[in-house]
Design a protein around this ligand. Structure first.
Ligand SMILES: [Zn+2]
Length: 427
């Protein structure tokens, strides 16, 4: 029997770092020139900053270019201004989810679609998907689904179960799914519900959850492993930035250096930060033809590029830490920025609580304490002790004063898409 291939694209995945950087530099010059010559949006923005494409020669020159703010600059620009090909050459339109405003349309040409079709199976391979897998893609993205197909796996129609969770579970279990791709908070609900419907996931063939779109507390990952016998792996990206990084078998998040340049900037000043420092993820895509994405602020903060060290998995691409979330989805308490994932880390490791929680914001500006609503399990007897325990842990781990309100399991409602953790109660 032939030895199993180790990488989807061995040459690219294991390319020496110096060669990857040369490749980035060459592609950067191309995309910058293309964007300047063919789009009114980038020509205006480079001219305003006084930079010409010929000023961009090395990776270090990238910071001379202006940052593009997705909501304030890009989304409001007419599509024709940011399109680098005639509209007739557009073959595919995708959109962002609109979690921070109205959705934004992304337009791709035939060449872009081909590039995405090369990337999608490679991403899944790196995440541990193999041709004998049967996958259910519950995020609903056709290009993601095509990735599994290109890799040789079996996929279930995006429409199977008609968007109804119980039916999706029945169909998946009927055909013996081995991989689920979903938002992490919803993947947990899928597993809980499957158990409720009488399926024994731990004894079944499901072995991998690919989670994208939001972070997940470490203790939930461990719980998924222990309770259901399923491995959880992160995929970080967005519709506008495409995939930025995926988790390898060594649990490190490798970026895709041949396809994009990741920078971490200070979200307030826009200054580029050093390796290891946490800030906002800024991406420059090196492959698009129709929609150039250059120094694009993702709004995802709390991430860092990690100091380079070889990874035992053999992939040579640089690694990063997962962002904690969107800046707009964080709260400031006595000057300290707190993300829902910080709260989730505490909630997830408190066995008496359910998986849902909310951070309550009841006035504008800086808050004097963190207010959290969490769900207690029916078997809990001493509510006062649980409340006190949770308040103490939140205060200790997050370093801010905390106030907890406990509500019965199921009160906070089930998210239909990305979990809304911050609830604003004023104005
Ligand atoms: Zn690795």
């Amino acid at each position: 029997m032939a030895k199993e291939r180790r990488y989807w694209n061995e040459e690219i995945e294991t390319m020496p770092l110096e060669k990857l950087k040369q490749l980035q530099e060459r592609r950067l010059r191309e995309v910058v020139t293309q964007a300047y010559e063919k789009t009114a949006f980038y020509r205006r923005s480079f001219d305003k900053a006084g930079v010409k494409p010929e000023d961009i020669k090395t990776l270090d020159d990238l910071k001379k270019l202006p940052l593009v703010h997705s909501a304030e600059d890009f989304r409001i620009a007419p599509i024709v201004d940011r399109l680098a090909v005639p509209f007739e050459e557009v073959r595919y339109v995708e959109s962002t989810s609109g979690t921070t405003g109205i959705p934004m349309a992304l337009l791709w040409s035939k060449r872009d679609w081909d590039a995405i079709m090369e990337l999608e199976p490679r991403i899944r391979w790196n995440l541990g998907v193999r041709p004998n897998d049967v996958a259910q893609i519950l995020t609903g993205f056709p290009c993601c689904q095509r990735g599994y197909q290109e890799l040789g796996a079996t996929v279930i129609s995006l429409n199977a179960g008609r968007g109804i969770l119980d039916n999706q579970i029945h169909v998946g279990q009927m055909v013996g799914i081995t991989v689920i791709e979903h938002l992490p908070s919803l993947a947990i609900k899928y597993l809980e519900r499957a158990r409720g419907l009488g399926y024994n996931i731990k004894e079944g063939p499901l072995h991998l959850i690919v989670g994208g779109g939001e972070p997940l507390a470490k203790s939930y990952e461990e719980e998924i492993g222990e309770e259901y016998g399923v491995k959880f792996r992160h995929m970080y990206g967005s519709v506008d930035a495409c995939v930025v990084a995926t988790e390898c078998e060594e649990s490190r998040m490798h970026t895709y250096m041949d396809l994009l340049i990741v920078e971490i900037v200070d979200p307030e000043t826009g200054e580029v930060l050093d390796l290891g420092q946490q800030g906002e993820v800024v991406v420059t895509l090196l492959w698009p033809e129709a929609t150039p994405i250059i120094r694009y602020r993702t709004g995802d903060v709390g991430a860092s590029l990690l100091p380079y060290e070889p990874c035992p998995c053999g992939i040579t691409h640089a690694t990063m830490s997962m962002p904690k979330g969107r800046l707009v989805h964080s709260v400031k308490i006595t000057g300290k920025r707190i993300f829902p994932i910080d709260v989730e880390d505490v909630v997830a490791s408190t066995p008496d609580l359910g998986a849902d929680y909310q951070v309550i914001v009841d006035k504008p500006g800086d808050l004097d304490r963190l207010k959290v609503k969490a769900e207690y399990k029916p078997e809990v007897k001493d509510m006062a002790a649980l409340k006190k325990q949770l308040e103490e842990r939140l205060s200790r781990d997050l370093g801010v004063r905390s106030e907890v309100e406990l509500v019965p399991l199921g009160t906070l409602g089930r998210p239909l898409f990305k979990a809304q953790r911050i609830i604003t109660n004023f104005g």
